[in-house]
Design a protein around this ligand. Sequence first.
Ligand SMILES: Cc1cc2nc3c(=O)[nH]c(=O)nc-3n(C[C@H](O)[C@H](O)[C@H](O)COP(=O)(O)OP(=O)(O)OC[C@H]3O[C@@H](n4cnc5c(N)ncnc54)[C@H](O)[C@@H]3O)c2cc1C
Length: 415
Amino acid sequence: MKRYSAFAIAREARRHHVGWERAWRSPAPKSEYDVVIVGAGGHGLATAYYLAKNHGVTNVAVIEKGWLGGGNTGRNTTIIRSNYLQDESAAIYEKARGLYETLSQDLNYNIMFSPRGVMMLAQTEHELRGFKRTAHANAIQGVKTEMLTPQQVKKKVPIMEINGPRFPVLGALWQARGGTARHDAVAWGYARAASDMGVDIIQQTEVTGIDQQAGVVTGVQTSRGAIRCKKLAIVVAGNSGLLADMAGFRLPIESVSLQAMVTEPIKPCLDVVVMANTVHGYMSQSDKGELVIGGGADGYNNYTQRGSFHHIEETVRALIETFPIISRLKMLRQWGGVVDMTGDRSPIIGKTPLGGCFINCGWGTGGFKSIPGSGWAMAETVAKGTPSALAAPFGLDRFREGRFIDESVAAGVAH
Ligand SMILES: Cc1cc2nc3c(=O)[nH]c(=O)nc-3n(C[C@H](O)[C@H](O)[C@H](O)COP(=O)(O)OP(=O)(O)OC[C@H]3O[C@@H](n4cnc5c(N)ncnc54)[C@H](O)[C@@H]3O)c2cc1C
């Protein structure tokens, strides 16, 4: 694969761009692979990439029923942060954030990582106490965060109304090296690099069944025929319950729709990410000038990939009190994804009751930020057959053993 570089751009500009290669191959599926990964979202593709790069496992297929990155990875609001409460979470999210710092160079693909800073507003006394606790926890974990006063918040975000009548800003938890990245580019970058190392990415192919013998996985049935495999990794976010059903086990997962929207583009007015969890809305400004807005998940289980109408109103209404300037903006687009929520709002990574079958799911409303760390940990788990140190606390058995990793403060509402 030819590398992308300033020199390559100059060369192609001089010859009418006839020399660019396809970013990834589109091979026909082989009859057998060492590892089959179901789902070409960020987590599945990152798993494939690190399997090849870190462990030399390249006889791998990633099977995707739609197009790669077309699930939640291409639908999210791209917030990246690692200011979680529990040590286990901080470890994997900080690993991911650290990998994001150099991911463009690692993948030779510009993922547009923008560490512009993430601000989580405290708008009740309870929330203020909760964030102070998280800031102390982060200090012990080695995750760099700090508390801001209302005046410091106002200085960073002049368009914010900090003295709102119902929800005044009492402070904020600030992570300076949090931010955003271009979501499609993360999927495309991993796909291109994995494909270059020999991974087959097979799109428009749905997994419809999971074959097993004596409690061990032997392959998958797909809309393009059977494919045998020695190991299987299920990485399908909101569809995890359906795949688990095919494999013959149950997951403590609920699937709900989560939506986001963008306004018409306006001049630059917001250069950090702001999350307002009490009023249930968050916002950043895209490079095109649109305000990217998200809110809460649907209050009932569904697979609609759309989001319910009243949530649009609730989210916008919530943000207008804190950002009065948005009240006269037009909304351009709205869309939804199906997110996979666990009871403790932490992911599941590891073995399943079916031999040779591994699962990575439960990232819920906040799994974009974790893609590099999750792929890293999942690849090690699949390659070695036992959970990696990063993944071990997130095993499925924690629900049986009552060993929850409660992230409802950090992740229950926001992203
Ligand atoms: C509106 C919204 C906003 C969000 N905002 C943020 C945010 O700001 N920050 C953050 O960190 N996270 C955010 N998230 C969450 C984040 O998007 C997800 O946690 C993450 O993208 C999950 O990635 P994934 O690779 O596990 O799943 P996906 O990207 O959904 O990929 C799973 C893939 O599996 C495929 N698949 C499913 N079933 C089958 C089958 N039977 N056969 C073959 N393929 C199959 C699907 O087509 C899909 O492409 C948001 C999510 C949404 C919906």
